[in-house]
Design a binder for this molecule. Sequence first.
Ligand SMILES: Cc1cc2nc3c(=O)[nH]c(=O)nc-3n(C[C@H](O)[C@H](O)[C@H](O)COP(=O)(O)OP(=O)(O)OC[C@H]3O[C@@H](n4cnc5c(N)ncnc54)[C@H](O)[C@@H]3O)c2cc1C
Length: 494
Amino acid sequence: MNRSESVIVIGSGVAGMATAIRLKQAGFDVLVIESNSYPGGKLSSVQLGDYRFDAGPSLFTLPNLVDELFQLCNKKRAEYFNYERLDILCNYFFDDGKAVTAHSDINRFADELATQCGEPKLNTLNYLKESKRVYDITEPVFLKRSLHKIDTYFQSATLKAIPQLPSLHMFETMASYNKRFFKSTYATQLFNRYATYNGSDPYRAPATLNLIPHLEYHLGAYLPVGGMISITQSLYQLATDIGVRFAFDERVLSIRIASQSVKGVYTTKGSYTADIIVSNMDIYPTYHKLMPEQSKPSRILNQPRSGSALIFYWGINAAFSSLDVHNIFFSADYEKEFGSMSRNNTICDDPTVYVNITSKKCKGDAPKGKENWFVLINTPPNTGQDWDQLIQKTRMNVLNKLSRLLKRAIEPLIEVESILDPRSIELKTSSYQGALYGSSSNNRMAAFFRHKNFSSDIRGLYFCGGSVHPGGGIPLCLMGAAITASLIEQEHIL
Ligand SMILES: Cc1cc2nc3c(=O)[nH]c(=O)nc-3n(C[C@H](O)[C@H](O)[C@H](O)COP(=O)(O)OP(=O)(O)OC[C@H]3O[C@@H](n4cnc5c(N)ncnc54)[C@H](O)[C@@H]3O)c2cc1C
């Protein structure tokens, strides 16, 4: 099938590439324009001497959403992209020295929580069962369809879900639900952590988000062969193989609009005409920078942003047998930590520290006997804090905490170092305030406060990516790409 319309996708983030692949496969002529010299946006890679690091995302769930793109193009996924399911989801270190291993086998994990923390096994198993129930109701309605098209509300999945909405724990916070559910404070803190999977605060986010552990414990956590960067590399390869064109080092400066229809874009290198434009750029700068003259949905655009992050990439001249791919070193007072972020807009002195080590599985990521540590601390979004001072203070606090809990001085082991902070995340990806996941999910109505995947005012203008429906994180970006592409197909059939 050959469609006459041409599509420009602004940005080669994971959602931009997935949308481009779907549209090309549907017969459109597709050009992706990317301001960076490389594809992937947040899903990119950093090389420091002999150490390789994934720059942003480290946790990969729902790999079937990537597989689907290869199937759609009749390509053998394994020729492009491979991944393994992790047996250990995460090693947890509590501040008092207690350690818990989260096995992917839920019976083993429930036994571990019972032995280490005194949490009754049945509590853990029932919690995960409920997590699955909430996910199964939510997914077909809130994640797989546009919430802004009337036909969504007449689908059988929606009609089935509506009577069940009161049972999705929307009127309670994650933290209060978990505190009520679990006997042990260790289990409560461990499950509160899942709020951070979309940059939210467990003390404010609705308990509906307790659906997140279902993804890891039932559907699995995975690591791509070659690291997370393989997702970007394989999608880029697939896209180019099927004929999607890419223009790198070229920034879109404005969207050309006439008679309330898109006409093309102006870029740093010239101008292009197009019948359809999909912006994978964050929705806030899409309105404010690319079409400042157009009226703006201010209430939606001004929603608070999700959390951001401070990341230290450290090449470590040692190997730690107590660590695995994913490791968490919890703060002593989780509520205080999130209070510092949401009320005081800062990082507390005892932050929770996440250490991701891909070299545990991807041997080429660090020299033999050494490890590539991606050390992440959750932060508020960038609203002009004194980041240089915060980074200096936090680096010290993190080093002290890791050295104490691992019983070994860490600073002398650091061979190479680089730092990413909310300012540089914004600079590298145009993500408003450096938010990792677009607008915040702390509000129980957050799903309805995200921008839709299309413009109602401008014909031919669509949106995809973490700042629009259904939200951020690789899986949601991929689901969103499917929604956006299918709206375009429906609305532009020749
Ligand atoms: C530190 C960090 C950790 C994370 N951890 C996880 C995780 O473990 N698991 C997970 O699932 N998710 C995680 N995320 C979130 C995940 O990375 C994002 O939700 C997802 O990658 C966003 O993809 P996107 O398609 O919205 O585009 P982005 O990655 O935001 O890319 C947008 C692209 O558009 C380009 N662009 C912007 N403006 C223009 C313009 N005017 N002209 C041309 N190009 C433009 C940018 O250069 C960029 O390449 C993390 C993110 C970060 C930063």
